[in-house]
Design a protein around this ligand. Structure first.
Ligand code: ASP
Length: 359
């Protein structure tokens, strides 16, 4: 009898021990990190002189709305990837920004959308280029990362994959905005190129041209990007864009090129860029910032300034970046008259800024 009791006791102790162990394994890691978040809505020539008060207020509201959406995800313990997707979906739907609805037009009158997302924890990444029917290119980029076994899909193949993934498809006229169409007409006239017919389903041309508030000839800003650090200490980066007005030959910029316009690694930093993409590609700009942080031990602000104000500047390039370190250090840097931007840390105030004379 004694032996049986002893054996039973031994078995139940073992059971308790095993239960304890497996509970410890399946329990979520304690949230030790404070979340942080930086957003951009493109770099270019917004200066107080060429922005109306209404446009100024509308851009700030759009940035704040995206910031709040991402902050809500992070505050609730959600992942940096989820926060980025939530914020970028809103910016893609906002006609003010050059991503999704409101994207700039290529010379043939189509909107050719590019996007990328990268997970700093695993270094997994997904990207798409020349997408013309998917409402949220950022979600397609994420689906590429999570379900395709590849990093980058383009054109018709990317569109086919989007359908297979049941991502929302829209007619091309969904992305149409009069303001971007008139940007295209001006651009093509200047280059002496033919103006394509208005896209099927677009509203009829207005009687008189819209007033516009961008410096003619200057880089058309509006690309969107988000970098986020979640409570679990994971960094991620995402970027979405229509590219450059009047682009030809299926030109692809830096935004969907991992290491150029988008990069994230928990070992160094997360970056999203905006500007004339060719320079960002040639400088592998986003990855270079993270390499300076990782291998030279530079603070994120110094690394961003090195690439923007020295390397990019020396090449004659224009644009900016947002950067986030694994410790929550936030940075932005740009060599244009303005960059639409916003940031917030857990327990901190939201900051929204447009011009280069704002902190
Ligand atoms: N970087 C984007 C591109 O070159 C454009 C932009 O950021 O405004 O496609």
């Amino acid at each position: 009898m004694k032996r049986i009791v002893r054996q039973l006791c031994f078995a139940s102790t073992l059971l308790l021990l095993l239960c304890g162990l497996s509970a410890a394994q399946s329990a979520p890691a304690p949230a030790q990190h404070k979340w942080a978040l930086v957003i951009h809505g493109g770099a270019g020539s917004p200066s107080r002189a060429n922005m109306t008060p209404e446009a100024d207020a509308a851009y700030r509201a759009g940035l704040r709305e995206a910031l709040n959406a991402a902050a809500k995800v992070l505050d609730g313990g959600g992942s940096s990837l989820d926060a980025i997707e939530a914020a970028i979906q809103l910016l893609e739907d906002n006609p003010l920004f050059n991503a999704g609805r409101g994207a700039v037009f290529a010379a043939d009158g189509t909107n050719q959308l590019d996007a990328a997302i990268m997970d700093g924890r695993t270094l997994r990444a997904g990207a798409v280029a020349d997408v013309q029917h998917t409402r949220h290119p950022i979600s397609l980029a994420r689906a590429v990362m999570e379900h395709s076994g590849h990093v980058m899909l383009i054109g018709a193949g990317a569109e086919q994959f989007a359908v297979e993934q049941h991502l929302e498809q829209v007619p091309p006229s969904f992305f149409f905005t009069e303001r971007r169409w008139q940007d295209l007409e001006r651009d093509l006239k200047k280059k002496g190129l033919p103006i394509p017919p208005r896209p099927a389903g677009a509203p009829p041309a207005p009687q008189k041209p819209l007033a516009y508030f961008e410096t003619p000839g200057a880089h058309a800003f509006g690309t969107v990007g988000v970098v986020a650090l979640d409570k679990h200490g994971n960094l991620a980066a995402g970027t979405s864009t229509g590219g450059l007005t009047g682009k030809r030959w299926n030109r692809v910029g830096d935004s969907p090129i991992i290491g150029a316009g988008t990069y994230a690694s928990n070992e160094s930093c997360a970056v999203s860029g905006t500007g004339t993409g060719e320079y960002f590609i040639r400088l592998t700009l986003a990855r270079s910032i993270c390499a300076l942080v990782q291998y030279k031990g530079m603070p994120v602000q110094a690394a961003a300034d090195e690439m923007i104000h020295k390397q990019l500047q020396a090449m004659g390039g224009d644009g900016g970046v947002i950067v986030l370190g694994p410790d929550g250090a936030m940075a932005w840097s740009f060599n244009t008259p303005g960059m639409f931007r916003a940031r917030q840390q857990q327990d901190g105030q939201a900051e929204v800024a447009l011009y280069n004379d704002e902190p």
